[in-house]
Design a protein. Structure first.
Length: 151
């Protein structure tokens, strides 16, 4: 289907809408999957906890995609935040106002005598995306889904 535009502003508006949709759907799904993979390799595989029960990738844990929220900022920027809350089974968590993701990333605010140290899964997610360009591939797929001819 051919789209006619009156001026550059109309083209820019049209493209921003298409890009925003691709960011929310395809890119969002892709970056959550990349983060989930890094939680598995950079966090969960580092050690097996013995002082607490790990919730994992499907039960509200750090690797659960449902805890990875994307927000579209200014229609052209997608922000990913891991919003995992402390396990409610451990009411007296040392995290306080810290998020689980931040504590794991920085290796701080553990209540255990031998904390595992920093496990920078968020940083490694960003590096992986930068190096391998999965988000670019996803953006192109999202634009194609909306009928744009992208090479």
């Amino acid at each position: 289907m051919r789209k006619d535009f009156r001026n550059m502003k109309d083209i820019a508006t049209y493209l921003r809408k298409k890009i925003g949709s691709a960011l929310e759907v395809e890119v969002g799904d892709t970056i959550r999957a990349v983060m989930q993979a890094h939680v598995e390799t950079d966090v969960y595989s580092e050690y097996t906890p013995y002082m607490y029960e790990r919730r994992g990738s499907s039960n509200g844990g750090l690797g659960d995609i449902d805890n990875m929220e994307t927000t579209l900022l200014d229609k052209m920027t997608l922000m990913l935040v891991n919003t995992t809350l402390p396990n409610p089974r451990y009411r007296h968590s040392a995290l306080g106002s810290w998020s689980v993701a931040k504590a794991v990333e920085l290796g701080e605010h553990y209540q255990f005598s031998c904390p595992p140290g920093p496990r920078p899964f968020t940083h490694k997610t960003a590096v992986d995306l930068y190096r391998n360009k999965q988000h670019i591939t996803a953006l192109k797929a999202g634009l194609r889904r909306q009928g744009l001819n992208i090479k």
